[in-house]
Design a protein around this ligand. Structure first.
Ligand SMILES: Cc1cc2nc3c(=O)[nH]c(=O)nc-3n(C[C@H](O)[C@H](O)[C@H](O)COP(=O)(O)OP(=O)(O)OC[C@H]3O[C@@H](n4cnc5c(N)ncnc54)[C@H](O)[C@@H]3O)c2cc1C
Length: 372
């Protein structure tokens, strides 16, 4: 199909990468983002070769790599600090690393600039007020009183997607796993040149983000989903890892001092088993398959969704065929990521059998290397 006008609801990782992919196919794209400041929190994200491949396809890989820290190994440690596995990671694009650690703000800047540069109309501080799909198009009114008509609406509005709620009010709600994550940025130490993942009930990871910066994540069982006071976050995070014997971790604990720089998040998941579209409204990213971060692939899946959707729109003669084929191409891959990530999570907190992280990580690298 040619000459489609497309509204994307949500200016996050999935919304922006799909906007870039769709603009590159020649479509007219509008992105609306609820947050008037278009802000992103300050820690980082891990991405693997399939994302580097996707960024290459989007024509922005060099900007992306320069904004982050490329690496080619994942090391698994036990809590004493002993390295028990050193996993070489496959490179999927010649001349580029197998993985990237990147600050969320740095990634957002690259994607936001490229989205605008590609010609998308980005409107901030806006949500959908009403949507009427009459079969020939979707008439939308916005929270500022303006209106538009589109051939296709894409809900890339995250885990608590309003678009999903509108088209599938009976879809399953996000579920809390019983585990939460604590994150904090540090000055990068010279030994952190790849992901260092510590196994245990309290999982820890050190991730390089740039020459200067790295971040630590700490996953902890939180069965009752407690609310921690903002002014206690640094001391609570310190307490959570006070007994981890690794000297490398202990050297960092004392640096966790700024409450407002601790990013605490209860981990939730959601997967939509049924269709991923209704009429001319489709969903992608966390709106339809939100995973726990144990394999570092949530954003990767959202980015791949946008590429596949753009390809299918070009290839198909009608919207319904394109959207059905898009979902078919994405379904098993996304389900694998959600299920495998959740299995690691549940194993860590005693809700399921313990999963060997090194084995699961190796398998994930093989799976995501497959073409999308
Ligand atoms: C703790 C944690 C760690 C993670 N680590 C990794 C990692 O290392 N690697 C990885 O690949 N993935 C990781 N992920 C997953 C990754 O963050 C998500 O999969 C990814 O952000 C999904 O992108 P998205 O665009 O679908 O949704 P989001 O990033 O949530 O973006 C949705 C956007 O829509 C906007 N929005 C919401 N509602 C509306 C509305 N009604 N109208 C307009 N705009 C709206 C939001 O403001 C937001 O900008 C992690 C997730 C968590 C929770």
């Amino acid at each position: 199909m040619k000459d489609l006008s497309i509204l994307i609801v949500g200016g996050g990782i999935g919304g922006l990468t799909s906007a870039i992919a769709l603009c590159r196919k020649g479509y007219a794209v509008e992105v609306i983002e609820r947050d008037p400041d278009w802000s992103v929190y300050g820690v980082g994200i891990i991405q693997q070769g399939n994302v580097i491949r996707a960024m290459t396809e989007l024509g922005l890989v060099d900007d992306y790599i320069s904004a982050g820290f490329g690496f080619d190994r994942v090391q698994v440690y036990i809590p004493t600090g002993q390295c028990v596995a050193d996993i070489p990671t496959p490179r999927l694009v010649d001349g580029y690393p197998g993985n990237v650690g990147i600050g969320r703000r740095a990634l957002h800047k690259v994607l936001g600039d490229r989205t605008i540069g590609a010609g998308a109309n980005v409107r901030l501080g806006l949500t959908v007020a009403t949507m009427d799909d009459d079969g020939a198009g979707v008439s939308v009114t916005f929270s500022d009183g303006s209106a538009g008509r589109y051939d296709l609406v894409i809900g890339a509005d995250g885990l608590y997607s309003q678009t999903r709620q509108t088209i599938f009010p009976d879809a399953p709600k996000p579920e809390f796993t019983g585990q939460s994550v604590w994150r904090y940025n540090f000055k990068r130490t010279p030994d952190v040149i790849g992901l260092q993942a510590y196994e245990g009930q309290t999982g820890i990871g050190l991730v390089p983000l740039s020459n200067e910066l790295m971040y630590m994540y700490v996953t902890t069982p939180e069965p009752d989903n407690p609310r921690y006071a903002k002014e206690d976050l640094a001391s609570t995070m310190r307490a959570k890892i006070a007994n981890v014997p690794s000297p490398a971790i202990q050297a960092l604990v004392g640096q966790i001092t700024a409450d407002d720089e601790v990013v605490y998040k209860p981990l939730e998941w959601m997967f939509l088993e049924g269709p991923w579209h209704k009429g001319r409204v489709a969903l992608l990213g966390d709106a339809v398959h939100a995973t726990t971060p144990h394999l570092g692939q949530g954003a990767g899946m959202a980015i791949e969704d946008g590429l596949v959707l753009a390809d299918e729109l070009v290839a198909a003669d009608d919207i319904q065929t394109a959207l059905a084929t898009y979902r078919d191409r994405r379904f098993e891959r996304c389900r694998y990521i959600v299920d495998s990530s959740k299995a690691i999570c549940f194993g860590q907190i005693g809700k399921g059998p313990l999963v060997d992280n090194a084995v699961a990580t190796r398998e994930m690298f093989m799976k995501v290397a497959e073409p999308i």
